[in-house]
Design a protein. Structure first.
Lengths: 443, 298
């Protein structure tokens, strides 16, 4: 991306912001707390690029959702919490807000009380605090497709499938290498629980932020001779882990990455050291899916594609953005079916998300067969039972190497409820019922 | 302690020493500037990022490796002279805190400029150095780290020779000893500062290439200053030898601490252990192990 292309982007973004102040009656608006500069810009440009590309596709191809045009504007956060909140304050007065999608754990945490007061959904696809899965306590927060506990269960189930079944995990040695942050530590108790349940030996080793030095951790791993290492990393920690694994002689094909260690940005800097590395994902990468091809043809063909570098179309973050777009748009569509084809309130869109049920047939109809599996959100289950798959890096691209795998939701639900109920008690929140969830604010 | 345990200690120690050399590489850039101008250049990390990003972007655009290296060096020279002319020269005789704040601001400007010019994508950097480990007496040693240590040693030798056996090096040392005396005997301080910023740019380029090959060329490269700061505190801000010895001590001790103390306190201690060690040294020797003691007449 050159200096002049940045200027062009800035001009377009400014135009969007100016345009957003004039959202028309039949427009549904998405405020985007994006990050296109700073340390995590590579992920931000991919995700928000994919999201905007899908919104554009709906506008160009379908004329919006049942005639209601989709509008959006961006505010730069650089992935910083205070800037994310500042953008929220700046954009929240725009009319017709459908949902917030910050793609940042920190910003999402800072917004929970605010969006609950506003009665507007907050989408934290594949991330966020696990107990927000419990819609009884968190009516407006949706960690769609995958929360950290489900991710943990999915990874353990995948390792079990490689070993020949869950009973074969007994006696195996698994090391979890995690980022030294609340995000990294969130799954510690779940790995311990699964270790006790299935009888595998477990060591959990912390890598201090940012993770650009891991010699000590990998020498410790080498001494332990684990069967698998689970990489729960973020940013620069991921390629450094893969490179240091190579230096200490640990095979990449026995390293399993979590959902924030699964992008091209995590493996390309590691070069050959990443060959054979496998990572969990909720959405496949690549361009072969009809919806991605339609975006290429319709949106990029029309000169409205959001990615400057077209080689990134179909990358992990771009496809995640597209899937996020599908889920947001379908929630609006479902809510419209109940409340009418017009600009909806945030609470009406919340109702739409709480009825977001896309079975494999509907996913196929949306052109996303094999891009993601399905989702089944309800008023009390805001994750929606997302399935996961695993992809392996061959040095140039990711290849899917597993079927769609279901995490052990039944095992995890009581732990989630225990945490959310404690939160409700601490904050004095009344636990919702199904009737409460059906009561919708329409103005 | 079994033989295997002993080998493991040695392995951790060697790995730590080699990592320490990489910290020293960054620290030397700080020392060069501080030694001659008394400025703690917080922008050194950003310069490392800028150099690596410029180099890798040129290579990815099809420019040959050697030519890219040359162009990047020219860019770093231009950057060094520009910083000296536009930021530091107008701030001559200001307090050290003012100068430090100026370089802090400068680091944000350089980081922003790097992303504005070259984009935000993460890049791999292959220097053609094989990184598969080899075994010596049961200990795995990284060939990349070993070569990086050799390059660092060569650079230190080159800089030392430059300082001790050239006229400009002599002028550097004169300025480092006493700026006013150097000025009084006719040395042109702006020219010397410009040259020293060029040298710091060169060090940033070398550090950027080696760290870039290790981490990938991405924004986080600028965070490696966090590894250099305890090295400087421990070794002394104005000693190249201190930067080397400090790097080795920090690298080895933080790795040993992580492996042997970490499990007792929940792990992940190497990030702050280096600073704790530097603080202890600071209490005993405020100028660091090799830093020049400041004596002021009051």
């Amino acid at each position: 991306m050159t200096f002049f292309s940045h200027l062009r982007k800035a001009a377009i973004a400014t135009a969007f912001v100016l345009g957003a102040t004039a959202v028309h009656a039949e427009e549904q608006y998405f405020p985007l707390q994006s990050y296109r500069v700073g340390p995590y810009a590579a992920g931000g440009t991919g995700f928000f690029g994919g999201f905007i590309d899908y919104l554009n596709l709906i506008n160009i191809r379908d004329g919006g959702v049942n005639g209601v045009k989709l509008a959006w504007s961006e505010g730069e956060t650089q992935y910083e919490v205070e800037k994310g909140v500042e953008v929220y304050e700046r954009l929240k007065s725009n009319p017709g807000i459908a949902a917030w999608n910050p793609l940042s754990v920190g910003i999402a945490y800072a917004m929970i009380d605010r969006i609950t007061d506003d009665k507007v959904p907050l989408i934290t696809i594949n991330h966020g605090r696990t107990d927000t899965t419990d819609g009884r306590v968190f009516p407006y927060v949706f960690p769609l497709l995958l929360n950290p506990y489900s991710e943990t269960s999915g990874i353990v189930n995948y390792i079990a499938s490689k070993e020949g079944g869950l009973d074969k995990l007994k006696g195996k040695n698994i090391v979890v290498l995690y980022h030294g942050s609340p995000y990294g530590k969130e799954t510690i108790p779940i790995y311990e629980l699964l270790s006790q349940k299935y009888g595998f030996e477990l060591s959990q080793i912390e890598v201090p932020h940012p993770g650009n030095e891991q010699q000590a951790q990998w020498l410790t791993i080498r001494r332990e001779h684990p069967d698998y290492v689970v990489l729960r990393g973020w940013g620069v920690m991921n390629p450094v882990a893969l490179k240091t694994a190579q230096k200490t002689g640990f095979p990449a094909d026995h390293i399993i990455g979590n959902v924030w260690s699964n992008s091209e940005e995590d493996v390309i800097p590691a070069g050959d050291a990443a060959k054979g590395y496998t990572a969990i994902t909720t959405q496949a990468s690549g361009e072969r899916y009809p919806v991605v091809q339609e975006i290429v043809k319709t949106v990029y063909g029309d000169g409205k594609g959001n990615l400057e570098d077209k080689s990134r179309i179909g990358s992990v973050y771009h496809n995640l953005g597209i899937v996020n777009g599908i889920l947001n748009v379908e929630a609006v569509r479902i809510a419209q079916a109940k409340f009418g084809n017009r600009t909806l309130t945030g609470d009406e869109v919340r109702w739409g998300f709480e009825h977001l049920k896309l079975d494999p047939a509907r996913v196929e109809a949306l052109g996303a067969k094999d891009l993601f599996h399905s989702i089944n959100v309800s008023w009390d289950n805001h994750e929606g039972d997302g399935y996961v798959t695993f992809q392996q890096w061959d040095g140039k691209k990711w290849n899917v190497v597993s079927d769609w795998i279901a995490p052990d939701w039944k095992l995890l639900r009581p732990i989630i409820e225990k945490s959310s109920e404690a939160y409700a008690k601490e904050k004095g929140i009344k636990i919702r019922t199904a009737e409460d969830a059906d009561a919708v604010v329409s103005n | 302690m079994s033989y295997y345990d002993f080998l493991f200690v040695i392995e951790v120690l060697v790995g730590g020493l080699l990592s320490g050399v990489m910290y020293s590489l960054v620290a030397i850039g700080f020392v060069l500037i501080y030694k001659t101008s008394g400025v703690l250049n917080f922008a050194q990390g950003s310069m490392v990022l800028f150099a690596a990003l410029t180099f890798v972007s040129l290579v990815e655009r099809g420019i040959p490796f050697a030519l890219s290296l040359l162009i990047t060096f020219a860019v770093m020279v231009a950057l060094g002279f520009t910083i000296e002319r536009t930021v530091l020269r107008p701030l001559v005789n200001r307090s050290p805190m003012t100068l430090f704040m100026a370089t802090l601001g400068l680091s944000y400007i350089i980081e922003g400029a790097a992303q504005l010019i070259w984009g935000t994508q993460v890049h791999g950097l292959d220097l053609g150095i094989d990184d598969t480990p080899f075994e010596v007496g049961g200990i795995l040693i990284s060939s990349f780290d070993l070569l990086a240590a050799a390059i660092a040693a060569a650079m230190v030798a080159g800089l030392s020779a430059f300082f001790y056996w050239t006229r400009i090096g002599l002028a550097f040392r004169a300025v480092a000893d006493d700026q006013f005396a150097a000025l009084a005997v006719g040395l042109r301080l702006p020219r010397i500062w410009g040259t020293v910023w060029t040298a710091a740019g060169f060090v940033a380029l070398v550090a950027g290439l080696l760290w870039g090959a290790r981490l990938g060329v991405q924004f986080s490269l600028s965070l490696i200053v966090l590894k250099a700061l305890p090295v400087l505190v421990l070794g002394g801000f104005d000693s190249i030898l201190g930067a080397i010895v400090g790097g080795l001590i920090i690298g080895a001790s933080e790795k040993l601490a992580e492996v042997y103390l970490g499990p007792f306190v929940g792990g992940g201690i190497e990030g702050w252990f280096a600073y704790a060690l530097a603080l202890v040294v600071l209490l005993v020797r405020p100028s660091g192990l090799f830093g020049q003691k400041t004596v002021e007449r009051v």
